[in-house]
Design a protein around this ligand. Structure first.
Ligand code: GLN
Length: 488
């Protein structure tokens, strides 16, 4: 097994035992990039030189007998809507094609403090708006399991990098499913933390009441370790939780006895892919056989989640994206006067989906429609939150499919509405602020990965990690690499 195929926790042990050097590991992943990146297109920017320099620094620490952090010397990818000081950050948009942030996002500072090796910036749907990475203004990313298919999105570059071995781990962001859904499409683990668990400082805002940064990894163990690195309070983000950060690896106990699992009947919808439904039901039966108690529950307002999300997210996006006017932020397209300059800048540099959402958002917020759309959506959001609060009086976790289908073909989703409806199982968690993890739970007959979503109470990342870990340890789905570049 090549180094690039191993999870971070194995590589960390090999580094501390001096069986490999960080430089050797980084070079191995860089040559994997040389081998498959032209087929996958996970990156918008590679940072080869600084990656080697970071690896050398870690090797010097190891040689000097110093103890190293978990992520020290382990190469990863960063979604390109997370600000990296001195390194171009585009959010997948032409409007930021030359933006070089003068500061690091808080998660970047934490990664640097942990001596992580940063390989590059990963592709995404423009401003994280989308579910397939086809909305990137630069290029689409291909699913390593079948390069004619999408990797999911919006963190499609992050997921495809981890799945193809061109990164060992990655960070993504999740506003309505953008960590969990690409993780499920690419056969890896993706965790969306509780709203506020990870600082959003330096994450380019899409919908500020929903956005959250989280890890995409090969397995649940790595997800727990990454959470140890990135979680915590931050004075730079007033919504960051002050709750103590536990050691998430303590949750990896391989025991689900007595855990109460709820199956919301509204999530097993008609129109769901039959292989997806079969794998998820089988996964739940397996967890039950390990000693968990499974019961059916109801989340009655689920039907309204997609429409609620697609009013609140665009409303917040329309406001957040006002700053890209060619003056405060964004490249400028000259015009005859100020209004003409701003109009040209936004018309030429924003893509179609971003413009669509700005229009929907401003419509929902406009004086005559505010009460009928935005305000009503906020009320339904509360009802959705209450559904979960009630359900969690009865159960410890809730299990659902992460997405109703496996990865679809590039270009297959022709209407935006069709794509929005795909978000049915992921957006309710963002509306309610809850943590969720997607863990691989099988393959379709055609060999495409399927994800199981496990939802927890606010700040109960440990409980979902515990359930995900026990399930994972009884299976070998997470050990399979995508069949690309001669690897089957
Ligand atoms: N697919 C959803 C959207 O388009 C979620 C995106 C996300 O989580 N960033 O808004």
């Amino acid at each position: 097994m090549s180094l690039y195929e191993k999870p971070a926790h194995i590589l960390h042990d090999m580094l501390t035992r001096k069986e490999i050097s960080a430089r050797e590991l980084t070079e191995d992943v860089l040559s994997r990039i040389d081998a498959v990146e032209n087929e996958v297109g996970a990156y918008l920017l590679e940072m080869r030189e600084t990656a080697i320099a970071e690896a050398n620094r870690v090797d010097a620490k190891i040689a000097a007998g110093k103890e190293i952090h978990f992520l020290a010397g382990i190469p990863g990818a960063i979604k390109d809507n997370i600000c990296t000081k001195g390194v171009r950050t585009t959010a997948g948009s032409k409007i930021l094609e030359s933006f070089v942030p003068p500061y690091d996002a808080t998660v970047m500072t934490k990664l640097h403090d942990a001596d992580a090796v940063i390989l590059g910036k990963a592709n995404l749907d423009e401003f994280a708006m989308g579910g397939s990475t086809e909305n990137s203004a630069y290029h689409p990313t291909h699913n390593p399991w079948d390069t004619e298919r999408v990797p999911g999105g919006s963190s499609g570059g992050s997921a495809a990098a981890v799945a193809s071995g061109t990164a060992i781990w990655a960070l993504g962001s999740d506003t309505g499913g953008s960590i969990r859904q690409p993780a499920s499409f690419c056969g890896i683990v993706g965790l969306k933390p509780t709203y506020g668990r990870v600082s959003r400082y330096g994450l380019m805002a899409y919908a500020s009441s929903l956005d959250q940064i989280g890890p995409l990894t090969r397995d649940v163990t790595d997800a727990a370790h990454l959470m140890n690195v990135i979680a915590g309070h931050d004075v730079m983000d007033s919504t960051a939780s002050r709750a103590d950060v536990p050691d998430y690896t303590k949750a990896l106990q391989n025991d689900v006895k007595g855990l109460k699992i709820g199956l919301p009947k509204e999530y097993f919808i008609s129109g769901m892919d039959s292989d997806v439904e079969a794998s998820v039901r089988m996964a739940i039966a397996d967890v039950e056989a390990m000693g968990a108690e499974v019961r059916e529950i109801s989340l009655p307002h689920t039907d309204y989640a997609v429409s609620t999300y697609y009013l609140i997210a665009p409303a917040e996006a329309a406001t957040n994206l006002e700053r890209y006017d060619g003056v405060s932020y964004g490249v400028r397209v000259d015009g005859e006067d100020l209004v003409d300059m701003m109009t040209r800048t936004r018309t030429e540099k924003f893509g179609a989906e971003v413009k669509r959402r700005i229009l929907i958002g401003n419509y929902a917020l406009s004086a005559g429609y505010y009460d009928a759309y935005y305000l009503k959506a906020l009320k339904v959001r509360t009802l959705i939150q209450q559904d979960f609060t009630r359900a969690f009086e009865e159960v410890d976790v809730i299990m659902t499919p992460t997405a109703p289908t496996p990865a679809y073909k590039i270009g297959e989703m022709t209407s935006p509405l069709q794509m929005y409806l795909q978000d049915i199982s992921t957006v309710p968690l963002n509306l309610a602020g809850l943590p969720g993890i997607s863990v691989p739970c099988g393959f379709t007959a055609a060999g495409l990965p399927i994800g199981l979503q496990i939802i927890g109470r606010p700040l109960a990342e440990e409980t979902i990690l515990r359930a995900a870990y026990a399930y994972e340890q009884a299976h070998d789905f997470h050990t399979k690499m995508a069949p690309i570049g001669g690897k089957a």
